[in-house]
Design a protein around this ligand. Structure first.
Ligand code: FES
Length: 159
């Protein structure tokens, strides 16, 4: 079935197009807008964005496969991204990640059986001074301890 934006998001898309010199330049924000609605970038979303941004499907697919923030398959209601780059690695990112895997009963890249949480790793999220850190949906959680991770995951499970 073809993808379509809600009327509210159509207005947002028109606003996005107005901020760029041409529609092709708006490919990334258009993809984010569609992903916010659909949860992931399905083939139907790729076709929609290609048409609306007046670019090829291959161009959009190239963008989607380059940036890890675009979901290429369905994901959980919440996404947990554990930073694993140097500063976080030196301050316990591996422990945070393994703790998340154990608490959630999944491995990196997987989604909990109830569809609530997808666990992923990220490269530096520019919060190195507050390492170790993880991003939960759009929020940063910094200077993490395993106890704080428990609180965050418990809250997500209840949501
Ligand atoms: S290394 Fe983790 S935020 Fe930069």
């Amino acid at each position: 079935m073809a993808f379509a934006l809600t009327p509210e998001r159509e207005i947002e898309l028109a606003d996005i197009f107005g901020r760029y010199p041409n529609k092709m330049a708006a490919t990334i924000p258009a993809l984010h807008l569609c992903q916010d609605q659909n949860g992931w970038v399905s083939p139907e979303v790729v076709a929609f964005v290609a048409e609306r941004c007046e670019v090829s499907v291959a161009h959009v697919q190239g963008v989607v496969t380059f940036y890890t923030l675009f979901n290429q398959k369905p994901v959980g209601q919440h996404q947990v991204w554990v930073c694993r780059t140097l500063s976080c690695a030196l301050r316990g990112a591996d422990d945070v990640l393994h703790h998340c895997e154990k608490r959630l009963g999944i491995h990196v890249g997987e989604t909990t059986k109830d569809g609530k949480i997808t666990l992923r790793t990220a490269e530096c999220l520019a919060a190195c001074g507050q390492a170790p850190m993880m991003q939960v949906d759009k929020d940063y959680h910094e200077n993490l301890t395993l106890e704080q991770v428990d609180v965050i995951l418990d809250r997500l499970k209840r949501s």
